[in-house]
Every structure is written in structure tokens, then in C-alpha cells.
Design a protein around this ligand. Sequence first.
Ligand code: BEZ
Ligand code: FE
Length: 285
Amino acid sequence: MRNIDEHTITQAVLEAMANSPNERLRTVMTSLVNHLHAFAREVQLTEEEWWKGIEFLTAAGHITNDKRQEFILLSDVLGLSTLVTAQNNVKPAGCTESTVFGPFYVESAPRYENGADIANGAKGTPCYVAGTVKGLDGKPVANAKINVWQSDEDGFYDVQQPNAASEHEHRARGELRSDAEGKFHFRSILANFYPIPHDGPVGAMLAHMARHPWRPAHLHFMIEAPGYQRLITHVFRDGDKYLDSDAVFGVRSSLIADWVKHEAKDGEPAFYTLDYDFVLNPASA
Ligand code: BEZ
Ligand code: FE
């Protein structure tokens, strides 16, 4: 292979990969190279622009650590996360829709009994959340594993706080189980709209593209039960001003719910309630 030029380079790379024993990897990489080269040809990418791209990815790598995932953010703001979520979670009507995972789930969230206060000191107006996990047939799903996570009143997840390393620092996140009737309930705090982390290269890119970094208020849920597909989704707060311009394109109308305000009364501070039922897709569907 010599004297490769702009017209023969794509074929040369494809031929170099042709012997990969992993068929799926070959398919994905062949398509990636084809599209990447087509992109460079279409925009007539300059060397300066190519270098800017390398600098951008380098900065994303440098800022990424076990608490900050700039590459997921990049995927989110480019709509790739929503595309991949949507095309992998086509479900029968009646099932709860999926949406983006986001970068703030942690595996070691504390386990709580129903009724517990999962805020664990996170700041915000109290919010009581209740719901039922059901199958498509309407039957309750007992003992479903329910992971929930959310930001505090200031728009920060616990993992974004400076000294969030220890188990005791888990705030406004937890794992619960549905009861024999598929029901669950917990106390937490009111979720608020918040900006995705925008002090890094992805934030700079948003600013250059005249885009804002805000997400409408939401709770994250991941629900797992034997015999059902895992559900990763959010419940959004109706009336939020960012519902139609979510920085990561995650809003689905079916996931918007009324978070009911109960005014302060008899010396009791104001609080909110949220009721939302989840419908899981059978694993066989
Ligand atoms: C989130 O909802 O936690 C989130 C999703 C995408 C990017 C940043 C945050
Ligand atoms: Fe979130």
C-alpha cells in the first residue's frame, strides 16, 4: 500500500480492517470510517479544524474522572444518547418510555425501606413520591428493584459535591423495592431545573453554538425485575420552563407529571407530592 491519496484512503483503511475476526466490530468500524471520511470530505476539513477537534477530545479526556464523564455529556448534547436510547427501547404502547441515563448514577446507592427519607440531608422543599410498578397486563410487579437519583435544590447531584467519596455522602439517591402490591413510596426533596456541567469543553462547545446547558426538573429512575426489561427513565415536572429545550433532548410527553404543591399550613412547611406509575415491558416482548 503506497501512494495513498485522498481518493484511495477510505478503501485502504477498510481493507486494512477486513480481517478482523469480530464481525460486529468490523461492521461498526467499517461504517464509522466511511462516515468519518465522508464528513471530512463534505466539510473539506482543514488541518486547523482537525487540530481543534483533537484539542477538544484531549480536553474532554483530561476533565473526565470517576465523578465527571465528559464523553457521556458530549454524546448527550449531540443527541447520540437519545438516538441510541430510542432505537434500543422500542416498546408496545402502554409501557413507560425510556430516556437518557445521564452521568450521575452510582452503583453503591444506599438501600432504603419504603417510606424512608432518601434526601439524607440534601437541600430542598420536601417531596413525597409514590407509585406502583406494573406489567403491561396491569398486574403489580412485586419486589422490583427501584433506583432513584436526583439533584438538590441548587441543581447539584451528590457526586458533584467536593467531598462526596464516602457511602455517607450519598444524598438524594437510593435503592428501594416495590411491595407485594407493586407499590413504593419515599420522601425526598423537590427536584429543580439545573445546568449540565458546563465548565469544560462540552460547555464551551454549547456556548459557541448559542445553546444553553439547562435540563428541566426531573427524577431519575432505574427499575429492574425478573421477567421484565430494565427501565431507565426520568419523571419530569410539569410546567418547567426547560421542557421544550432540554440540553440533552430527553423529554417525552408521557414522562411529564404533575408535582402537586401543598401550601404551608398549621406550622407545617410547604411540601410537594408526586404520584407516578411505571409499566414494565415483559422481557419476551
Ligand atoms: C442528568 O439528567 O443527570 C444528566 C443527563 C445528561 C447530561 C447531564 C446530566
Ligand atoms: Fe438528572
